[in-house]
Design a binder for this molecule. Structure first.
Ligand code: BGC
Length: 474
């Protein structure tokens, strides 16, 4: 049979998926290697660092809150093009900032692009991919986020130079490159057939479908889009997801994202060179080296998770991961507490524990959180449901990033303080115990609320909720 659909289009969509995820990850990770340099450069304390980091997250919350409406109105493609411009300008502004106020503004601005793209890019991919490879392209986006974090650590390492006071500038400026690639790629790509169809542009929708699907699939997809729109008309919107029969689903969605963030993952992602310096590394360059290790472990174990998630199922991975996360956090707390007595040996063990912690996160609640929120909602509210999930992530993420150093100070036992770059900061032992205890609570919570969705058709999941079934018995 003749297949006249364009392979190149599929490859370009894959590259866009990759670049969109890469930018999201890059801008998550880049700040960590820049902090040890811009902090002394501007002479600011840890709470100012927290404010700058959190500004990006507040931007992401704003982006995630507003993007649903604007992408429906203006189309996915236009919004991604605008996001690429904001990414580029934001990276430039961050790199050229001459004051901390400017840096806060630049991160806030860039954050909006992160929030918007974390929602629109996966949506664009899902709507434009040929049916056969949709799942693969969507999960590639997730993997690319971790690769983006790794790339940002490597580029931080490349520019880190203890003898150049403003070497943090090029670290931010590199972010312009993926933004330009995203913009150029997107320029040549069409709008999604689904969006065109909702705007009454059926002929154009067909033309796009002819490029991405083999001919025998086209009518089927048009019918699917029409049915989806018909379904959408009956949607009750936000109120629908607060119905009693969906209460457990809401608890699952918000709860899993709560634990994903409150085990403290992003304290490592944002502040890891700093944490490595607390663990005993004496200079920023070697601490950034260790962060590259963290980024690499994160990517490798995300791959491991993708391999096992449909073989072992969600619950097994969840308990294995959360068990490992709590043990490594509690042990890490103990190491920092005995820091003075353990000396160099203690530093070695704490670094090993940080790697273990990342590995356990990456095989479990990292990818599982994102996966489960797309599975548990009935089709009619899946869009709203998963945007609620990503909004929760950004909110919890900001709280953790904004409070980390405050918690460190609050839980520091007198006499156990650590000095880094001439500044005496608290001891993170108490903070790690705190996150470890939250992880233990997460295990108990998970026993009741983490559903086993492996091999369960999505329609069956809906029937289970309607019948009043509990998450545990799915
Ligand atoms: C989380 C992010 C985190 C990343 C680390 C994701 O699942 O949502 O907040 O930075 O994992 O790989």
């Amino acid at each position: 049979m003749k297949t006249n659909y364009n392979r190149w289009l599929v490859y370009i969509v894959a590259i866009i998926a990759a670049t969109g995820g890469l930018l999201f990850g890059f801008d998550t990770g880049v700040i960590s290697g820049a902090i040890p340099y811009f902090q002394p450069y501007f002479g600011i304390d840890d709470s100012m660092v927290e404010t700058i980091t959190t500004a990006g997250l507040v931007g992401a919350i704003l982006g995630a809150l507003t993007c649903g409406r604007i992408t429906d109105r203006f189309g996915r493609r236009k919004i991604i093009l605008i996001a690429a411009i904001v990414f580029g300008l934001g990276a430039m502004w961050s790199g050229l900032a001459t004051s901390t106020v400017q840096l806060i503004g630049a991160r806030l601005f860039l954050g909006i692009a992160i929030g918007v793209s974390s929602f629109v890019v996966p949506l664009y991919i899902a709507e434009i991919s040929p049916t056969k490879i949709r799942g693969r392209l969507v999960s590639m986006f997730q993997l690319m986020v971790t690769i983006g974090i790794l790339v940002s650590y490597m580029s931080d390492l490349y520019f880190a130079d203890n003898s150049v006071a403003d070497c943090w500038r090029p670290m931010f400026l590199v972010g312009v490159i993926p933004a330009v690639i995203l913009f150029i790629g997107m320029w040549f790509l069409p709008e999604t057939p689904g969006w065109l169809y909702t705007r009454g542009r059926e002929a154009e929708a067909r033309r796009v479908l002819e490029k991405i699907e083999p001919p025998q699939m086209i009518e089927q997809r048009i019918a699917m889009i029409a049915a989806e729109i018909e379904n959408g008309k009956k949607q009750a919107g936000w109120r629908e997801i607060f119905r009693p029969w969906l209460r457990n689903v809401l608890i699952i969605c918000i709860g899993i994202m709560f634990f994903q963030q409150f085990v403290g993952i992003n304290t490592i992602m944002y502040y890891c060179p700093k944490i490595f310096m607390m663990a005993g590394f004496t200079d920023a360059v070697s601490a950034i080296w260790a962060s590259v290790g963290v980024g690499l472990v994160n990517v490798i174990f995300t791959l491991v998770s993708i391999y096992f998630v449909d073989r072992w199922g969600r619950r097994k991975l969840y308990f294995l991961g959360m068990g490992g996360i709590s043990l490594s956090l509690l042990a890490l707390g103990a190491c920092f507490l005995l820091n003075a007595r353990l000396g160099g040996f203690g530093s070695g063990v704490s670094i090993l524990l940080i790697f273990l912690y990342i590995a356990f996160f990456a095989i479990s609640i990292g990818p599982l959180g994102w996966l489960i929120i797309t599975e548990v909602f009935p089709l009619r509210v899946r869009g709203i449901g998963s945007s609620l999930g990503s909004l929760s992530v950004w909110i919890f993420n900001s709280i953790v990033a904004f409070t980390f150093f405050k918690i460190v100070r609050l839980f520091t036992l007198p006499g156990s303080e650590i000095t880094v770059q001439g500044e005496t900061i608290g001891n993170p032992a108490g903070a790690f115990f705190f996150y470890g205890l939250i992880a233990l609570c997460g295990i108990i919570w998970g026993y009741f609320y983490v559903p086993e969705t492996k091999n369960v058709p999505l329609e069956k999941i809906e029937a289970h909720w309607r019948a009043g079934g509990s998450p545990r018995t799915l």
